[in-house]
Design a protein around this ligand. Structure first.
Ligand SMILES: *Cc1c(COP(=O)(O)O)cnc(C)c1O
Length: 425
């Protein structure tokens, strides 16, 4: 892939490059298996002596073409698709952490990821310390331990809309000789490329803007190739010492900058599954072909809606990092000068009760457990995703009971605002 091409061109032409006489459009390799002439040839694939496909649980050509497109968009060296964003974040961590290890994560992350880190990975023996992303470097230092193996955060947190100071987190991670993993789902590489600010690994829930049409759940992991695993070999034995399940291959020696993604494919996908289906990868690719057109429109519409909400007497507060005066406006300007995302959170003066009433009256915006697709949608965490929590518990979790999460789509913004106006009236 020509890394010097503009992102717009990569969105359309990246990944699949047909040779003479091959289909112009990325084909769906709807096949679990791949044929070889000799037993010896297939054997070499199982030994990682040759690269090639043998079983879709590990890898598939359609998936790889789409992963390569996302890799080029992020400016990475290798990438893989996963069945979901959850699987991407789980593998990104499990690829370098084992029982007895520890990670540091921003507290303001997606609820599913927070649960994965603090409940499920804990059962695997991996501990997680959640930190306030706005804390000073001195304060954040205290979270690190000798067994810390990674730092994690989201470019723009879902749903808190906290913008992460990526450079600060990269500095801390590298001072403690561990990689920084950034979930770049909400910003997408169109608005922010975390590798340019020091991140080492990027993950995505492709379910959101990348797919863009709410068709398929999916995820992706991209490696920058910048973290020197061999320089910290004692911390990452899985990458730097022989893997007995592949006749003693040492990933960093054999695969160089491809070590991290090769290990995740060869070990984690082999043993745990969670590959994205080639059919879904195909649909994701169609979504990616317009990502560069959709993101600016999402941001433009969201800014106008945020400004409108801010002007209303009955609206108590509005959070949108693209809005001047927002707590994260300056950080957003630094990391995402062309726009942030289409998601806004706000509260009505009438609180929790008014939120439900307002949402029931919306006609164009639909109530769905989803964000970041072409259609405008709303969710009230206190009534839906965080329903089991009391008002006091909600505040502790950083979710105001009045918080309405509005995912602004790419319809005509006049119609979106008219719908909000009639619902508020
Ligand atoms: C949705 C989301 C996830 C989880 O992704 P799924 O595709 O739903 O598994 C992870 N991180 C962020 C920031 C998300 O918005």
């Amino acid at each position: 892939m020509d890394q010097k091409q503009s992102l717009d061109t990569i969105c359309i032409q990246g990944g699949w490059q047909p040779k003479n006489g091959e289909p112009r459009v990325l084909p769906i390799y709807q096949s679990t298996t791949f044929k070889y002439e000799t037993s010896e040839q297939m054997g070499r694939l199982f030994d990682l002596e040759e690269s090639g496909y043998f079983y879709t649980r590990l890898a598939n050509p359609t998936n790889d073409a789409v992963a390569n497109k996302i890799c080029a968009l992020e400016g990475g060296v290798a990438a893989m698709l996963t069945s979901s964003g959850q699987a991407a974040n789980m593998y990104a961590v499990l690829n370098i952490c084992s029982a007895g290890d520890h990670i540091v994560s921003a507290a303001t992350i997606y609820g599913g990821t927070s649960n994965l880190f603090t409940v499920t990975l804990k059962r695997f023996g991996i501990e997680c310390t959640l930190v306030d992303p706005d804390a000073s470097e001195e304060e954040l230092e205290k979270a690190f331990r000798p067994n810390t193996r990674a730092v994690f955060g989201e470019t723009i947190a879902n749903p808190a809309l906290v913008v992460l100071d990526i450079e600060k987190f990269a500095r801390l991670a590298h001072k403690h000789e561990v990689p920084l993993i950034i979930d770049n789902t909400f910003a997408t590489p169109i608005n922010c490329r975390p590798f340019e600010w020091g991140a080492d690994i990027v993950t995505h829930s492709t379910t959101k803007y990348m797919d863009g049409h709410a068709l398929c759940v999916g995820g992706c992991i991209v490696d920058s190739g910048n973290f020197d695993w061999d320089a910290h070999a004692d911390k990452y034995p899985g990458l730097t010492t022989p893997d007995d399940s592949y006749h003693g291959v040492v990933y960093t020696k054999k695969f160089g900058k491809g070590a991290y993604i090769t290990k995740a494919t060869a070990q984690l996908m082999r043993d745990m599954g969670s590959i994205q289906s080639p059919q879904n990868a195909f649909l994701l690719n169609v979504g990616l072909e317009t990502l560069h057109l959709r993101m600016p429109r999402h941001c433009e519409n969201a800014l106008k809606v945020a400004q409108y909400l801010k002007s209303r007497e009955d609206v108590a507060w509005v959070n949108y990092p693209g809005l001047e005066g927002d707590k994260y406006y300056e950080l957003a300007q630094k990391y995402m000068p062309n726009g942030t995302c289409g998601v806004i959170s706000f509260g009505l003066k009438g609180g929790r009760a008014a939120a439900g009433e307002f949402m029931d009256k919306l006609k164009l915006a639909a109530i769905v457990t989803h964000v970041a697709d072409a259609r405008t949608s709303v969710l009230h965490p206190a009534s839906h995703t965080h329903r089991q929590l009391s008002d006091e518990q909600l505040v502790e979790a950083g979710v105001d009971p009045s918080l309405i999460r509005l995912s602004v789509g790419i319809e005509d913004v006049k119609d979106i605002i008219a719908d909000i106006e009639q619902a508020l009236a």
